[in-house]
Design a protein around this ligand. Sequence first.
Ligand code: ZN
Length: 309
Amino acid sequence: MTTLLVSHPASLDHLTPPGHPERPDRMRAVAQVLGESRFDTLLREEAPEGSLDLVRLCHDERYVEELRHIAPDKGLIYLDGDTSMSPGTWEAVMRGVGGAVAATEAVMSGKADNAFVAMRPPGHHAEINRPMGFCFFDHAAIAARHAQRKYGIARAAVVDFDVHHGNGTQDIFWADATMMYCSTHQMPLFPGTGASGERGEHDTIVNAPLAPNDGSARFRAAFDNLILPQLTKFAPELIVVSAGFDAHRRDPLANINLDAEDFGWVTRKLMDLAGKSAGGRIVSVLEGGYDLQGLKESVAAHVTALMGA
Ligand code: ZN
C-alpha cells in the first residue's frame, strides 16, 4: 500500500487571533506525529498552489475575486465572527486547494493508493458564495469535482466525520446527482444545518446527526446502519474524506466522545467500501480537530489505517 502525505509550510502562515482554536500549532502537532518512524514509508510531497479555475469548480466567480483582493498586508481582517485573513492566508488556502487536487491526481493515476492532505485552514463550511466557520474554499468538494472533470468518473462521494456539519459541501452538491455527501456531526451545534431530512434534490445527501455525549457506539451505528449502506448503493468511483478529528473526546469545541481508534475503524470501513467500487481510491483532507493531543492520536490512527497497517 502506498499512502501519499501532502503538506506545505505555508499552512503555518495563516494566522488567527490569540486564543483561536484553529491555529498554526495544529499543523505542528500533525507534522510531529507523522514524523515518527512508524510513518517512514509514507510518500511525501509538498502541496502546489491551486489555480482559480479549480476553485471555480465549486465557488462563485464573484466570491473568488472578492476574497482574492481583500487579504491584508499586515494584521488581520475579519470576514465573520470566527473567520479572519492574515497576509499568509491566501497562499495557505490556495496550497490547500492545490494539495487536495495533487493528492487526487496521484490517487487517480495510480501513483498512490490513497492520500492524506495535512493542510489548514479547513474547508467544509465554505459555501458556494461565502466563507464561514474558519473556511474559505471547500478543498474536499473541489478535489471530488476535479476528479470527475479530469478523469471522467461518473460518481464521487465526500464522507465527512468532522463533528461539525459540512454545510459548504452540502450547499455545493445539493443539486448534483453525481455527488454523494455523507456526514456524521453533533446536533445541535455550529453551523446548525445537517438534519436527517436534508437530503438534496436527488437524495444524494446523507446526514446522520449525533446527540451531545454520544460516543463510539452511536458513531459506528450511524456508519453501519445509514452511511455505509447508502454509499454502497451509490457506488462512488472515488471517496474523498473530510477528515475532521473534533469528535474526539478531548476536543474543546464539541461533546462527542470518540477515541482515536474510532477514526481508524471508520477509515478501514471506507477502505473496504472503496475497494469494491472505487479501486480503493481514497483522498483524505484534514478539516477540524482542536485538542492537540486528541488531534495527534486521531491523525495517527487514521493514517495508520490508510497505510493498511
Ligand atoms: Zn469541525
